[in-house]
Structures are given as structure tokens and as C-alpha cells.
Design a protein around this ligand. Structure first.
Ligand code: FAD
Length: 404
């Protein structure tokens, strides 16, 4: 008798196929247009909402999988369809992860539905940590949150940068410093609801890839929010700050908690892009003839494809393992979440690069999707922790040393 199986369940296969059909029939045909337009693809998000793919029900169903695989299976398919549109559809879940990771059950009930809205009345969420001078080093955030006891409000000031859905979201979750002397341990997460004064969009960025996903600065200028919008509540924050001031161990940084849980999900998207490029290149290599034979008959091409497939499968296995560990409550003692994101992100860049090589000139022009997949892939070695930061996390985990 064995407990171990790599076979997907009926339920997992059903969600995988359902998302794949949407990716193939709705996202793929729209991918080129929205990449060129560099705008949020509202009609596609609406279609996703209509079928229940954008919203609370989908999240709840995906996270109900005890094996933890449904979400990563869905994300691989979405990114296979198109990474930019995928990010436009799932960008709101970054805010949701921030609320889930740090909010009380009552705050989760109140705010998470507001990150999605309903079909016909879509809403977006955004999660803002990064700042112009604080990217990888999230402990050095300058955005300040000051408590005004007289009005029971928090007053936020600062600039967040490169924020997915930044400034266009209805609900923003931001991480700010409450006590700068405590660096990362003096931070907390806050929800800024729709219609709040003092929050505005700064520059909207033009990007190399995932261009259907909106990325912009978020400017906070005396932005006042109710005391109740501090995720986790003031009592818990005060306790945490007191412990940090005494030099005792605390529950960790608010931003890091969110990123830990989302890393396998980011890796799954990178696997999806890599798979798209690999499949395209494999078909092409069988059809394209030069010197009187299919180019795949050259070992230099067939071995490239062999390596591409091997690296994709290895990446997926790391993603599945990390997703399973997270769902089973097993701690990432060796940085397994980071391993999955590191491997999958690097694989996506390498595989899409090789796919361009296999297509030759056809790989380099915009009429074919391969150059877009390469442009899209690069962000997976940068956001939610660069490849170097993933290596640092793994190195610290395996050594037990506070390496830098
Ligand atoms: C399209 C896009 C969407 C994004 N979405 C969001 C979002 O929704 N919310 C959000 O908060 N942020 C978001 N980000 C920001 C993203 O998370 C940061 O860009 C990322 O964390 C890296 O920070 P940085 O760009 O400041 O680079 P830096 O931290 O300045 O790093 C520059 C280089 O130095 C290396 N480096 C830095 N420190 C070390 C070290 N200790 N050891 C070794 N190497 C090191 C890095 O690996 C990198 O190669 C987004 C970014 C982009 C481009």
C-alpha cells in the first residue's frame, strides 16, 4: 500500500481543464491586442468574472484543496494563456493575500469581497510595499503611518512604486512603518478603502512585458483611514512593537509574511509561460524545414527542446511541492517556496529565450507570440523577490546563518 501519488484528482483535473479552456479561447486571442494597448483588459476580466474565475468563489474553491494544487494548476493555465492578462486577473489577489495574512477574521470578511466586486461591477485590489528606495530591502520602508488618537485614525504619508493595479484599485493594502527605529519589525499593513482622500496614482509605468497589467506609483498624502483599517488590530500591533522593543522575537515582517505565501503561485505562472513557449517551439521545430529536413532532426535543436522540457517539469515539481507544503502547514525549512519561484522564474527566461532561437527570425518579430513570452518571462526573476533574494532566503534557511 502506498499513500504517494503524482496523479491529479478528478476535481483538480476539472479546474485545470476549465481554466485551460478560458486561457485558450478567451485569453490567447486577446493577448497581442492588450500587450500593444498596455491597458487593463476590462472586458476579459469581466468575462472571467461572468464564469466565476475572477472573484471570491474561485479563490475559496482553489484554496479549499487540501493538497494545495488547485490554485497553482489554475495559475499555470492562466499564464499559459497570457501572462499580462493573467496578472490583470489575479493582481487583486496580492491585496487579498495581504488581508488574509495579517487581518482578523472580521477584517477578512469585510475587505476581501471588496477586492473583487461582482460581475457587472468589478473591483480591483492592490498591494503596495515597494518604494523608490526600498525594493528588495523591505525593512527600510519610508512610508509612515502615524496614529491620531483624538480621531482614532491612521495618517499615511509616502510613495509606493511599481504597484500592480496601483491607483486604479478600489482597495489598496499598504505596508507602512509605524516605528522606523524597529525597521521591518516596526511595520504594519493598512487597508485604504474606496473613495478615501489623500491617495492618488503617480506615474504609470511603460514596461517590457506583462503590459496588460497596470503598474504605477501610489502617492499617499496625509491619507487618513479609520483606526479599524489597521490589519490585525491595534492591540496586537502594540504587543508586537513592545516585544520588538524588548528585543524579543516577533511574528515577522508584515510584507514578508505575504510574499512567503504567494511564491509558489508566482512560480506556477512562470511555468505556464515557459510551457507555452516550449509547446510552440516543439511544433515549429517539427514543421520548419531547412537543408531538406525538419530542424528538429538537428541534435542542437532537439537537445534544446529536451532541456526545455526537463527544466519545465522540474520547475513544476518544485512549485507543486511548495504549494503542497504550504497547504499542509509544513514550514519552508529549506526555503522551499523560494526554491520554486527561483527555479521557475529562471527557467521561464531560459526556455523562452531558447524558443526564440528555435524560431529564428520568426521568434524575433511581433507577429508571433514567442518574443512576447520572452518579454513577459523576465519579470518572474524580479518581482515578489528577485532571484538573488530567493537565493539569499534559501542560503539563510539551509545554513541557519544570517547571511547577507
Ligand atoms: C511589473 C512590476 C510589478 C510589481 N508589482 C508590485 C506590487 O504589486 N507590489 C509591490 O509592493 N511591489 C511590486 N513590484 C516591485 C518589485 O517587487 C521590486 O521591483 C522587487 O522587489 C525588486 O526591488 P527593486 O526593483 O528596488 O530592486 P533592488 O532591490 O534595487 O535590486 C536591484 C538588484 O540588486 C540585487 N540585490 C539587492 N539586494 C541584494 C542582496 N542583499 N544580495 C544580492 N543581491 C541583491 C537584486 O537582486 C537586483 O538584481 C513590482 C515590480 C514590477 C517591475
Amino acid at each position: 500500500m502506498t499513500d504517494f501519488s503524482m496523479e491529479l484528482s478528478e476535481d483538480q483535473l476539472t479546474i485545470q481543464k476549465w481554466v485551460h479552456d478560458f486561457a485558450e479561447n478567451v485569453m490567447r486571442p486577446a493577448a497581442h491586442e492588450w500587450d500593444e494597448r498596455e491597458e487593463t483588459p476590462w472586458p476579459i476580466i469581466e468575462e472571467a468574472a461572468q464564469i466565476g474565475l475572477y472573484g471570491l468563489d474561485f479563490m475559496a474553491d482553489a484554496f479549499s484543496d487540501p493538497a494545495g494544487l488547485k490554485m497553482v494548476l489554475a495559475l499555470e493555465e492562466l499564464a499559459w494563456g497570457d501572462a499580462g492578462i493573467c496578472m490583470a486577473i489575479i493582481g487583486s489577489t496580492l491585496a487579498v493575500a495581504g488581508i488574509m495574512g495579517n487581518g482578523t477574521p472580521a477584517q477578512q470578511m469585510e475587505w476581501i469581497p471588496q477586492c473583487f466586486g461582482t460581475p457587472g461591477d468589478l473591483k480591483l485590489g492592490a498591494f503596495g510595499v515597494s518604494e523608490p528606495d526600498a525594493g528588495s530591502d523591505v525593512s527600510s520602508l519610508k512610508t509612515r503611518a502615524v496614529y491620531d488618537a483624538a480621531s482614532d485614525e491612521w495618517v499615511l504619508n509616502g510613495t509606493k512604486t511599481w504597484i500592480t493595479n496601483g491607483g486604479i484599485a478600489n482597495t489598496h493594502v499598504v505596508v507602512a512603518s509605524v516605528d522606523p527605529e524597529l525597521a521591518g519589525r516596526g511595520q504594519a499593513s493598512f487597508v485604504i478603502g474606496e473613495g478615501t482622500k489623500g491617495i492618488s496614482m503617480g506615474q504609470k509605468f511603460q514596461k517590457m512585458g506583462i503590459r496588460a497589467s497596470h503598474t504605477a506609483e501610489v502617492v499617499l498624502d496625509d491619507c487618513r483611514i479609520p483606526g479599524a483599517n489597521l490589519l490585525g488590530g491595534k492591540e496586537k500591533l502594540d504587543e508586537r512593537l513592545a516585544r520588538a522593543r524588548e528585543g524579543k522575537k516577533s511574528g515577522g515582517q508584515a510584507a514578508m509574511k505575504t510574499f512567503e505565501s504567494t511564491r509558489p503561485a508566482v512560480g506556477a505562472q512562470a511555468v505556464g509561460i515557459a510551457r507555452a513557449a516550449y509547446e510552440y517551439a516543439l511544433d515549429y521545430a517539427k514543421e520548419r524545414k531547412q537543408f531538406g529536413k525538419a530542424i528538429i532532426e538537428n541534435q542542437s535543436i532537439s537537445f534544446k527542446l529536451a532541456n526545455m522540457k526537463t527544466q519545465i517539469d522540474a520547475s513544476r515539481l518544485l512549485v507543486w511541492r511548495a504549494a503542497w507544503m504550504a497547504a499542509s502547514g509544513k514550514p519552508f525549512e529549506n526555503g522551499e517556496g523560494s526554491m520554486s519561484k527561483l527555479m521557475a522564474g529562471e527557467t521561464a527566461v531560459r526556455v523562452t529565450d531558447e524558443a526564440i532561437q528555435i524560431l529564428g527570425g520568426y521568434g524575433y518579430v511581433r507577429e508571433y507570440p514567442v518574443e512576447r513570452w520572452h518579454r513577459d518571462s523576465k519579470i518572474y526573476t524580479i518581482f515578489e523577490g528577485t532571484s538573488e533574494i530567493q537565493q539569499l532566503i534559501i542560503a539563510r534557511a539551509i545554513s541557519g546563518l544570517h547571511l547577507s
